[in-house]
Design a protein around this ligand. Structure first.
Ligand code: GLY
Length: 398
C-alpha cells in the first residue's frame, strides 16, 4: 500500500514536474529567440545610422567624443563592418542591408593582396567568407583564395610561424596571439580546393603558438618575439595588456576562439583540450564580473576598471562553438555563460539606443587601455562577434 502510494506520489510528482521543466526550458529558449530577433531588427535601423556616418570609400572604426571615425580599407578591422552587414542580412533578409554589404565589399576587394601584416584573415575572411557562406557566389570565394596565397608570404620557416607585424625598433619578428584568428582563412581555403600548404602552415603556426605563447595556467602572452636567424625566442611581452605576464582579455578571447576553430577543421583533440583549458581559465577567474563581460585585462592594476565588450562578444561566440564539441555537462557550462554574456551585451548597460553611439550596436570596448586609445568606445569587431554569437545561438541552440 505504502509502496503503491509512494509510487503514485512519484508518478504524480513526475507528471507535475516534467511539464514545468519543459516549460522552463521553452521559456528560456523563447526568451533567447526574442532577444536575438530584437537585436537583429534593431541592427537594421541602427546600421542605417552607421552607414550615413561613414564616407563611401571608407569603413567605420569607432565613435568617440561625439565624432564618428572611419578608416581606410587597409586597417585590420575593415572586414568587420561588411561582415556584420551580412549577418544582419542573413537573419532579416533586408535588401538595403545587403546592398550596403555588397557596396562595401566592392571597395574592400583590393585588400586581397595585402601583406603589410598578418591581418588579411580578419580583413578578408570575416567579410568575403561570411558573404560566400550566405550567398554561395563564387566571386567571393575567388577573393578568399587569392588572400590565402598572399597570407602565407608571411610564413617564416625558421620559427614555424606566420610573422604578425614587421620588424620594429623593439621587436624583431613578433607573433601575436591574435594571429590564431587569421588561420581560419587558411584552413577554410585548403578545405575548399586550395593549396594543402595553407593547412600545413596554419597547423604548424597553431602548434608553435600552443608551445610558446601559453603559460601553465592557460593564459597567454600577447607577443612572442622571435629571432629569425636562430629560430629562438627573444622575449615574451605585452602589447595591449596591463603588463608582460597579465591576461589581456581580448588576447585570451582570440586564443579561445582560435583553438576552437582549429579543432573544427582538424578534430585534433589537443586543440579541443587547449580551448577547454582556456575556457576554464576565463570562466572561473575571480576577476570575471557577474555579468561575464570581462575587464580589459584580467589582471588590470586597478579594479573595477573599464570593461571590454569586444572580449565578451568574442568569448560568447567561441563558447557557443566549443559547446558543439564537448559533453553535455561542459556544453551546459559554456552555453549558460554565453547566454549571460549575450543577455548582458543586449541590456542597456552595453547596447546603444537607436540613433546613439554613432550607429554602432555595442558601447564600452577597449582598444588599448594603457595607450589611452579607443577606451570605452564602440568597435566594429565587438558588433561583429556579437552578431555572430546571436546567429550561432539561433543555429545551434534554438
Ligand atoms: N588585433 C588587435 C586587437 O585585438 O586589438
Amino acid at each position: 500500500m505504502r509502496r503503491t502510494f509512494g509510487n503514485m506520489t512519484k508518478a504524480a510528482l513526475l507528471l507535475l514536474l516534467f511539464p514545468l521543466y519543459t516549460q522552463a526550458q521553452l521559456a528560456s529558449k523563447k526568451q533567447m529567440q526574442q532577444l536575438i530577433d530584437e537585436n537583429m531588427r534593431f541592427a537594421v535601423k541602427q546600421y542605417q545610422v552607421l552607414k550615413d556616418s561613414t564616407p563611401a570609400d571608407k569603413m567605420p572604426r569607432t565613435f568617440q567624443r561625439g565624432r564618428s571615425l572611419s578608416s581606410g580599407t587597409d586597417w585590420w578591422c575593415s572586414g568587420f563592418y561588411p561582415g556584420s552587414l551580412w549577418y544582419i542580412y542573413e537573419y532579416t533578409k533586408d535588401a538595403g542591408v545587403r546592398a550596403e554589404a555588397e557596396r562595401r565589399l566592392s571597395i574592400q576587394e583590393k585588400e586581397k593582396r595585402y601583406t603589410g601584416n598578418h591581418d588579411i584573415g580578419f580583413m578578408i575572411f570575416c567579410s568575403f567568407g561570411t558573404a560566400y557562406r550566405i550567398t554561395g557566389d563564387k566571386k567571393y570565394k575567388d577573393v578568399i583564395d587569392t588572400a590565402a596565397i598572399y597570407q602565407i608570404t608571411r610564413y617564416r620557416p625558421a620559427i614555424h610561424a606566420i610573422q604578425s607585424w614587421n620588424k620594429s625598433k623593439n621587436l624583431n619578428c613578433p607573433v601575436i596571439i591574435d594571429n590564431m584568428m587569421n588561420l581560419e582563412q587558411l584552413m577554410w581555403a585548403a578545405q575548399n580546393g586550395g593549396n594543402p600548404k595553407f593547412r600545413e602552415i596554419a597547423v604548424t603556426h597553431a602548434n608553435t603558438t600552443l608551445k610558446n605563447h601559453y603559460r601553465p595556467d592557460h593564459s597567454t602572452f600577447h607577443i612572442v618575439d622571435y629571432d629569425l636567424n636562430t629560430g629562438g625566442i627573444i622575449k615574451k611581452v605585452n602589447g595591449q595588456g596591463a603588463h608582460d605576464t597579465s591576461a589581456w582579455s581580448r588576447g585570451q578571447a582570440w586564443g579561445l576562439y582560435g583553438f576552437t576553430m582549429m579543432y573544427r577543421f582538424t578534430k585534433d583533440k589537443i586543440y579541443l583540450q587547449q580551448a577547454q583549458d582556456i575556457a576554464s581559465f576565463l570562466l572561473h577567474h575571480p576577476n570575471l564580473p557577474a555579468d561575464k563581460i570581462p575587464y580589459w585585462d584580467y589582471n588590470a592594476p586597478k579594479m573595477p576598471t573599464s570593461r571590454d565588450a569586444s572580449a565578451g562578444a568574442i568569448m560568447a561566440s567561441a563558447l557557443l562553438e566549443l559547446g558543439q564539441y564537448v559533453n553535455k555537462k561542459d556544453r551546459k557550462e559554456y552555453v549558460d555563460a554565453a547566454t549571460v554574456m549575450l543577455q548582458s551585451l543586449s541590456s542597456d548597460a552595453y547596447r546603444a539606443k537607436l540613433g546613439e553611439n554613432g550607429g554602432f550596436l555595442l558601447k564600452y570596448s577597449v582598444g588599448s587601455f594603457l595607450s589611452n586609445s579607443e577606451v570605452d568606445v564602440p568597435l566594429t569587431y565587438a558588433d561583429y562577434y556579437f552578431l555572430e554569437a546571436l546567429a550561432r545561438y539561433k543555429k545551434w541552440y534554438l
